[in-house]
Design a binder for this molecule. Structure first.
Ligand SMILES: [Zn+2]
Length: 397
């Protein structure tokens, strides 16, 4: 949240993703009074950035949400889906809780809250200068992370001093098949930079990714297995679908299309949610995880304490709907399909800002990654001041 005298501006408002109980506790209370907010600027549609907006609406936020037009379209779909998934998940969990004599949990919001929020979306084009108040302007710049995604540049004037804040949000990669390349970053005084990257650099080579996809399909055919891909509804899943489509087109896929239609297995199931903490994929995992012929493929970042993270870390027994379940299925991580810039990309992004910021806040990553990224940037540009903020802390700029 950017607090300027008389004006409170929120940059993104995502759902916290972690274990079900912890996530629910954190998401119910956003940590401030939504009525006190003047406006929201939304960088992109992913629910870890947009998913708590209806919670604001439900608790009295009545301002506008500024976002790109594509993000407006996508976010409406994503939030309606998020509302429906919650109703479905909580229905299933509540049935179990009631059987055990425990209290029911309620969804964070419903589709009605989503509809009310969406009515106050202000869709804009990349590069347009928006006048939010006479003293605050903002513009959106293509971040190439998912369709519509943007870095947001906010300029404000306080007591005659003009300050420019650049919020990178999630940064994508260059040379992707579906998206444009990211726009080079503009000059700023303060940079709020994401630090969600894996320790490994991307296996960005398309041919390598295609070969890995073919290996998976071949394995599925040989062992009559299920391949389960926990998917973020929008993101690199589209890339995976494209690889499969190309392989089928080239005739190198293990089965042709007609036979795929009539087969019970092998099969590929792509299902939300991406970190396996909710949605249909948890049911698919429940049925497939104990068979060693099956493969679970991760294409995106897995947050701490999520079921997805436990699987990526190779746990032998994992909780599914609260039941300890032995994991015999293979786990495969396709790093090249992450929609996030890697460490080298983030360093290059900071390097490209001319003149550069005097202060950087590293957000949206785990502390260890953020601190290590800070050290790497500081080794190149020693004058920049760094902060890795904790939830709820305030910082003066
Ligand atoms: Zn994202």
């Amino acid at each position: 949240m950017l607090e300027i005298p008389g004006f409170r501006l929120l940059l993104d408002c995502g759902l916290f993703q972690g274990s079900r109980d912890e996530a629910h506790r954190q998401n119910r209370d956003v940590g401030f009074d939504p009525k006190s907010l003047s406006a929201v600027l939304l960088s992109h549609a992913h629910v870890d950035h947009s998913g708590a907006l209806p919670v604001l609406q439900k608790h009295g936020f009545s301002g506008k949400t500024y976002l790109t037009r594509a993000t407006a379209d996508l976010t409406e779909l994503m939030l309606e889906d998020s509302a429906r998934v919650q109703v479905g998940d909580f229905g299933y969990v509540n049935k179990k809780e009631q059987r055990n004599g425990r209290a029911c949990v309620r969804p964070l919001y419903d589709t009605d809250d989503v509809r009310k929020l969406v009515r106050r979306f202000e869709g804009t084009r990349y590069g347009d200068m928006l006048k939010i108040t006479p003293r605050v302007t903002a513009s959106f710049h293509d971040a190439s992370h998912i369709l519509g995604s943007a870095a947001i540049r906010v300029k404000y004037t306080v007591r005659g001093n003009r300050t420019t804040v650049l919020f990178s949000s999630d940064l994508g990669l260059s040379n992707m098949t579906i998206l444009r390349d990211p726009e080079p970053p503009h000059p700023c005084d303060v940079l709020i930079l994401e630090s969600t990257y894996d320790d490994r650099l991307h296996e960005a080579d398309g041919e390598i990714m295609k070969q890995k996809t073919l290996d998976l399909l071949t394995h599925a055919k040989t062992h009559k297995s299920k391949i389960i891909v926990p998917a973020f509804a929008v993101g690199r899943t589209q890339e995976l679908v494209m690889w499969i489509k190309e392989l089928v087109g080239e005739g190198s896929s293990p089965e042709d299309r007609k036979r795929l239609n009539s087969m019970k297995g092998p099969c590929v199931i792509i299902s939300a949610s991406g970190m396996c903490e909710g949605g249909r994929v948890v049911h698919h995992l429940k049925h497939a995880i104990q068979d060693e012929a099956n493969v679970i493929v991760f294409v995106g970042f897995q947050a701490e304490h999520t079921l997805g993270r436990k699987l990526v870390e190779g746990w032998d027994v994992v909780p599914i709907f609260g039941v300890p379940t032995p994991r015999r299925a293979q786990i495969v991580k396709l790093n090249g399909l992450s929609a996030h810039a890697d460490r080298q990309d983030l360093l290059a992004y900071v390097r490209a800002i001319r003149p550069g910021p005097s202060k950087i806040f590293l957000v949206h990553g785990e502390e260890k990654q953020a601190l290590s990224l800070a050290a790497a940037i500081q080794a190149e540009q020693s004058k920049i001041e760094f902060t890795v903020p904790h939830v709820g802390s305030s910082h003066e700029v």
